[in-house]
Design a binder for this molecule. Sequence first.
Ligand code: FES
Length: 151
Amino acid sequence: MKKDLKSCELKEFLSVGEVAARSGVAISALHFYETKGFIVSLRNEQNQRRYPRGMLRIISFIKVAQNLGFSLEEIHQMLKTLPDQKKPSDQDWQVLSKKWKQELALKIKKMTRLKDQLDKCIGCGCLSLKECPLRNPDDKLAKKGAGAHLI
Ligand code: FES
């Protein structure tokens, strides 16, 4: 989204330096987020980026999600659930929060299983594709019995 701004609207928007200072995120990271479509800016008459104030919340969301171990692709998918052209409402954030909780529950379940499997593997170290649950988690083909199943 790149639009021109009239100077009278500028007080509603922040420069990239202001966003960096307020969010604690480097300007290069802000440019990266924008390139990937995570955040959007408008352009003023000097063709400088100006960010709607609501982008600060989006940036905070990205940082928290990264700290929780979500990949950039997962974060991107979550952000796509927010409205494109308007400030997210409380309800929009609630929907996103619910989705986030579900994703976290799945990650916790997976990590707990991994932790339990790790206990069995400590001291073994074989990392066998055939035997090791760490090396080959969710081995669905093993449930079909011995032998080649994909040929
Ligand atoms: S390392 Fe041997 S079973 Fe996992």
